[in-house]
Design a protein around this ligand. Structure first.
Ligand code: NAG
Ligand code: NAG
Ligand code: NAG
Ligand code: NAG
Ligand code: NAG
Length: 391
């Protein structure tokens, strides 16, 4: 008991002895390497932070501005926590003296824009947390100086646009979290330099289209999450172009249009050894109306049946028409023959020639396009089926 008391007294004393270099409301520990100022009701950055501080925790305060060159006395910082403040302005060069900074947490703030000056000096930064802010656009220059970044979290902003080259300096990036934003389409080139990226999370956006080459540069991808978007269909080539050893795909929560094309795409995707459609059994149809709410897995055997039946019906109709035409031609010919046999013999051969020509041109139905996929070409009494959907 006495020992505990003594220990407490010693700690107390050591705290007080340090408090000279420590801002009121902060707790400076670990030989002044850790300065904890969370929940201290600061509205501005504290001015008295020990210069040898490596971790500065300013979370849960009311700070609203990060001025330029504000960390000029704490250049040894490795971790800077600013989450849950009221930050709306990050001035150019705010962090430019933090050359050893490895983790910066700015999540749960009010940041709407970040200019190029934001990332100046942050060449050692490995982790940047920017979730729950109000970013609408990722500018091509914002992250330009983040050469060492490995994890970037932009969850729950309002990002609609990602400019080309926004991630171009990030060849070491391993995780990119873009879930719960407002992205509507994915353009080729957006992720072009992200050769090390393992996790790409795009869940909870409004993505309805993805250009074919958009995932192609992602040579290390292990998880691609596009769940809860607005995809109605996908293109086989978009995913075929992911050249990795193994990649897990998440696609549920999209309004799938369950037709024969979609069934074919998924059948092909599932046959690719290196792709894992983890939530394939959870994909639900949104359209056509009569399939709404059904699991794709429960209807996918039937999706192409309707198409096959249509093809059959059309083919049969065509064959019947064809036979009818031939029959009628034949009957006409016979009737003429009979009539002509009573007439002169020289003219007979001529007439029969012309009739034959007419009946052949009757049969020249030439082109049929049906069910989007099959092209039927008629020529004479032969016809050719071509599947135009196959690559
Ligand atoms: C740090 O910056 C402030 C204001 O920008 C300035 O007044 C101060 O002299 C600077 N300190 C050092 C050590 O550079
Ligand atoms: C948060 O920042 C805004 C704009 O900078 C300011 O108007 C508001 O008073 C701040 N709120 C608090 C609680 O400090
Ligand atoms: C990204 O941010 C969200 C919200 O703050 C958090 O829940 C999640 O753990 C973060 N993810 C990573 C990988 O840092
Ligand atoms: C994202 O944040 C907004 C406001 O901060 C909130 O209303 C919304 O529910 C959040 N979305 C998710 C998926 O967390
Ligand atoms: C499929 O949905 C069920 C119920 O919503 C859920 O428990 C399960 O984790 C989902 N499976 C996958 C692979 O997402």
């Amino acid at each position: 008991m006495k020992l505990v008391l003594l220990l407490l007294l010693v700690t107390e004393a050591s705290c007080r002895s340090h408090s000279s270099g420590c801002e009121k409301g902060c707790d400076c520990r670990g030989d002044l390497k850790f300065t904890i100022c969370s929940r201290a009701s600061f509205t501005r950055l504290p001015s008295r932070v020990p210069p040898i501080t490596e971790l500065l925790d300013l979370s849960d305060n009311w700070i609203s501005i990060i001025p330029e060159r504000t960390f000029n006395t704490t250049r040894k910082l490795r971790v800077l926590l600013l989450q849950n403040n009221n930050i709306s302005v990050v001035e150019d060069g705010a962090f430019c003296q933090l050359e050893f900074l490895q983790k910066l947490d700015l999540s749960w703030n009010q940041i709407t824009t970040l200019s190029e000056g934001f990332s100046i000096g942050l060449a050692s930064l490995r982790e940047l947390q920017l979730s729950h802010n109000r970013l609408t656009t990722l500018d091509s220059r914002t992250f330009r100086h983040l050469d060492s970044i490995q994890r970037l979290n932009l969850t729950n902003n309002s990002i609609q646009t990602i400019q080309m080259r926004s991630f171009s300096s990030m060849s070491l990036l391993r995780q990119l979290h873009l879930q719960d934003n407002q992205l509507t389409s994915l353009r080729s080139g957006t992720f072009s330099m992200l050769h090390s990226l393992k996790v790409l999370n795009l869940a909870g956006n409004q993505i309805s289209e993805a250009e074919t080459g958009v995932f192609k540069p992602l040579a290390s991808l292990t998880l691609l999450n596009i769940a809860n978007n607005q995809l109605t269909t996908i293109c086989f080539k978009t995913f075929l172009s992911i050249h990795t050893y193994s990649t897990h795909l998440l696609l549920e929560g999209n309004p799938w249009n369950c037709d024969c094309d979609l069934q074919r795409v998924f059948r092909k995707l599932r046959s690719i050894q290196r792709l894992f459609l983890d939530d394939y059994y959870n994909l639900t149809c949104s359209s056509p109306p009569d399939l709404q709410g059904y699991l794709l897995i429960n209807v996918d055997d039937e999706l192409c049946i309707a198409e096959t039946v249509t093809v059959l019906i059309i083919t049969i109709t065509v064959i019947i028409t064809l036979l009818a035409a031939m029959l009628m031609g034949e009957r006409k010919r016979r009737r003429r023959k009979r009539r002509d046999s009573t007439g002169r013999s020289r003219e007979t051969s001529q007439t029969s020639q012309t009739t034959e020509a007419t009946s052949v041109s009757d049969l020249n139905i030439s082109l049929f396009l049906f069910s989007r996929c099959s092209l039927v070409v008629f020529s004479g009494n032969r016809f050719l089926c071509i599947d135009i959907c196959k690559p």
